[in-house]
Write a protein that binds this ligand. Structure first.
Ligand code: CP
Length: 322
């Protein structure tokens, strides 16, 4: 594939290739010589219109470990503040020789538009409430590293699903890789189309192995305690207040009581189950500090794995040679 815009761009074989390549990249990163010459002479532009800590830094680290030249562009402090459009910004970057553009943008669909305007590869680093495919890949990598497989796992995704590009990409990718997903959250924070499928499984999907295919069994529950005993993975989502009207803000205490993962709920999980969070966290709201810092939590591993996964994505998209 030329671009990575959505979890649905990946069939089982291409997703597995990325995860396997990431595992090789991780073994290189652990050695004394951390840098590979694979992308020497190539230019990766990080085009960020929205704040980021993990994604921006890990794409930069990934590109540098592959010896690419990296240009970091933040909309703040650029000519975007003078009204320059995404298209004109993209054409400017292309004129400077970008081989790949990694874009984060508050508008859903912005990476897809960008892909029509530039010759190089486009990687979606999070677009509005739509998708965040490299986050789903690093999550899948982390599950496989901790639990040895993805197919057949029961992954419970909890919280503000409505505003979560992480959830959307995970649902796509996990279905393709054969996991069962249950979405849990307050009714106001579960998308209506997914809520209407509660208990019915996902309707007509492409055949296993096809993009967006697999055997998706996306279920919906509003009762966190009832699903915890069968979970292999609990993925907590950040409550995205910045995407909600103030009148919709849930009370932190009430939210934590019904949907927060705390010590007593952690003890309801099977012994092998792990807890994930894409970050940044609202500690004390969707996840308690005790859980976030527990050995069952993979949160720091997810960040480390993100570098290897993004190395794999850049390497595979850019072909490793001119
Ligand atoms: N998980 C994630 O996308 O984090 P950042 O917003 O810090 O990049």
């Amino acid at each position: 594939i030329r671009h990575l815009l959505s979890g649905a761009d990946l069939d089982a074989a291409s997703a597995t290739l990325i995860l396997d390549t990431a595992a090789e990249m991780a073994s290189v990163s652990g050695r004394e010589i951390k840098k590979l010459p694979a992308l020497r002479g190539r230019t990766v532009v990080n085009l960020f219109y929205e704040d980021s800590t993990r994604t921006r830094i890990s794409f930069e680290a990934a590109a540098k470990r592959l010896s690419a030249d990296v240009i970091n562009f933040s909309a703040k402090g650029s000519s975007v503040s003078k009204g320059e459009s995404l298209k004109d910004t993209a054409l400017t970057l292309q004129a400077m020789g970008a081989d790949a553009v990694v874009i984060r943008h508050p508008a859903s669909g912005a990476p897809h538009r960008l892909a029509n305007w530039v010759d190089g590869s486009v990687v979606n680093a999070g677009d509005g409430t739509h998708e965040h495919p490299t986050q789903a890949l690093l999550d899948a990598y982390t599950m496989r590293a901790r639990l040895g497989r993805i197919a057949g796992l029961h992954v419970v995704i909890v919280g503000d699903v409505l505003h979560s590009r992480v959830a959307r990409s995970n649902v796509q990718l996990l279905a393709t890789l054969g996991a069962k997903v249950t979405l849990v959250g307050p009714p106001t924070l579960i998308p209506v189309d997914w809520a209407s499928r509660a208990g019915a499984g996902t309707p007509a999907a492409p055949p296993p192995g096809e993009p967006g295919g697999g055997t998706p069994v996306t279920d919906v529950s509003y009762d966190l305690d009832s699903v915890l005993p069968t979970a292999d993975v609990v993925m907590m989502l950040r409550v995205q207040r910045e995407r909600m009207a103030a009148s919709y803000f849930p009370s932190a205490r009430e939210y934590a009581r019904r949907y927060g993962l705390d010590g007593p709920r952690l003890r309801r999980l099977p012994e092998h189950a792990v807890v994930m969070h894409p970050g940044p966290m609202n500690r004390g709201m969707e996840i308690s500090p005790e859980v976030a810092d527990s050995p069952r939590s993979t949160i720091v591993e997810q960040v480390a794995n993100g570098v290897s996964v993004r190395m794999a994505v850049l390497y595979l998209l850019l072909g490793g040679s001119r």
